[in-house]
Ligand binder design. Structure first.
Ligand code: ATP
Ligand code: MG
Length: 422
């Protein structure tokens, strides 16, 4: 049997990359007072209709929704922000009257055409800074995404940024844009024709060359921005300058979700072409209120882990984890001594593997060397009768006899001086 189209098993040899990213992110975010939050993978479908917007790609064609046995309409979450806003409201997390900083890591689901860096179950690492309208909060979150990329030694990226204004400004612009595009309606691609009715802003990031040409001469969103929006945006850009974060203003960046306002940004890698957007984010000042909570301006982003891994795997040189101690024993002689030894090794936090093959000692020893272990502990007949273990160094084949009651001190010494263990 095969996994479902667009889904992938993450195998043990790849887990070290996932854990590495998780560890790096959690350290950086901890220092910056971001707290991990885990929300359910399933939510009521209505949550996404009310937050992401009915005419967005996600809601109109990418959601995994189903009716459960209790006739509830349920959706596998396609992104994290809506769930966090919901959790913020249903757990009354606003009652502490503080800025709440959260981060999350987990699977998301979108019914899309699978390709490199695009899956139906994929993973996002995301952060949300909830409760501030200051442009400094926008910079705080952007800087943290950059910090994580830097720490992962990925240097080839650019931040694309735009201000999409507030709702009134966007409505005003939508009318201008629709009027302009109506003149060219026959030249638009099919997708854009549909969007012209429901979601004309999305036409701005069309991939169709003819539509792109038409867009070039279209009115610009920034022409509809008021001073307040412009100041917010200029402020963000000034800080990007002083932080030396490479960025580009992209007038056509609108992002796929309805709930954004003011700052919208994406981080793109310049090292590969296919699916080069690794992070998307922006400000969402109305979302929490729109879902029934108090007015709470917020800003955040999400990084696609599969895409991040594609570009960082090559630069990260993570050690292969070999086992340190291989334990072999003559299995018809098994007695409590085996468990005594295992408990000693565990106590010292050294990793080990116990041979379970039923083979003779010679074959077991061969396995120890194939497994690239450093030392092998042998518990044979003579060892058991005389209460010792034989320690054999795989590289040099030298061996020593160590009394079982001295094994702890012996291994402790080895761990410190010879086994290169941390
Ligand atoms: P795209 O334009 O590539 O479809 P998006 O705008 O739909 O991206 P967001 O909703 O902003 O994506 O999600 C944030 C990040 O999550 C993206 O930048 C990307 O790295 C990742 N992502 C989104 N959809 C997928 C997917 N189907 N498979 C893998 N990663 C994804
Ligand atoms: Mg998408």
């Amino acid at each position: 049997m095969q996994p479902l189209r667009g889904t992938k098993d993450i195998l043990p040899y790849e887990i070290k990359f996932w854990q590495h990213i998780y560890n790096i992110a959690s350290k950086i975010l901890f220092i910056n007072n971001y707290h991990e939050i885990r929300t359910p993978v399933i939510e009521s479908t209505e949550l996404f209709h009310r937050s992401i917007g009915n005419f967005t790609d996600i809601v109109s064609k990418e959601m995994y929704s189903f009716i459960d046995q209790g006739d509830r309409n349920i959706t596998l979450r396609p992104e994290g922000t809506a769930s966090i806003a919901r959790a913020f409201i249903s757990n009354k997390l606003y009652s502490n009257n503080r800025i709440n900083r959260f981060w999350y890591f987990g699977p998301m689901f979108r019914y899309e055409r699978p390709q490199k860096g695009r899956q139906r179950q994929f993973h996002q690492l995301g952060i949300e800074c909830i409760g501030s309208s200051s442009p400094i909060a926008d910079i705080e979150v952007i800087r943290l995404a950059i910090k994580i990329l830097d720490e992962l030694q990925h240097k080839e990226y650019i931040v694309e940024i735009n201000s999409i204004g507030n709702i009134e400004e966007r409505n005003k612009y939508t009318t201008l844009l629709r009027n302009y595009l109506n003149k060219y309606v026959n030249d638009l691609d099919e997708d854009s024709k549909k969007r012209l009715v429901n979601n004309p802003l999305r036409i701005l990031d069309t991939k169709d060359p003819r539509t792109q040409e038409i867009i070039l001469k279209a009115p610009k969103l920034k022409e509809c921005l008021t001073l307040e929006s412009i100041n917010h945006f200029n402020n963000v850009c000034q800080h990007l300058n002083s932080l030396n974060i490479p960025y580009q203003i992209n007038d056509n960046l609108v992002r796929g979700l309805d709930y954004y306002n003011y700052t919208a940004f994406e981080i793109k890698t310049t090292s590969k072409n296919a699916q080069n957007t690794i992070c998307g984010g922006g400000r969402y000042d109305q979302l929490i209120e729109q879902l029934g909570g108090p007015k709470t301006p917020s800003v955040g982003w999400a990084i696609g882990l599969e895409r991040l891994l594609l570009i960082t795997k090559e630069t990260l040189s993570l050690q292969n984890q070999y086992i340190t101690i291989y334990i072999i024993y003559k299995n018809d002689q098994i007695n409590d001594d085996l468990w005594k030894i295992i408990k000693v090794i565990e106590k010292l936090k050294i990793n080990f593997e116990l041979d379970l093959s039923n083979n003779n000692l010679y074959k077991q020893l061969k396995k120890a060397s194939q497994r690239k272990s450093k030392i092998c502990l042998i518990l044979g007949e003579d060892e058991i009768n005389n209460q010792y273990v034989t320690v054999k160094w795989i590289n040099t084949s030298t061996q020593q006899r160590i009394k079982i009651h001295q094994l702890y001190n012996y291994l402790k010494y080895l761990k410190k001086h010879y086994l290169n263990l941390t």
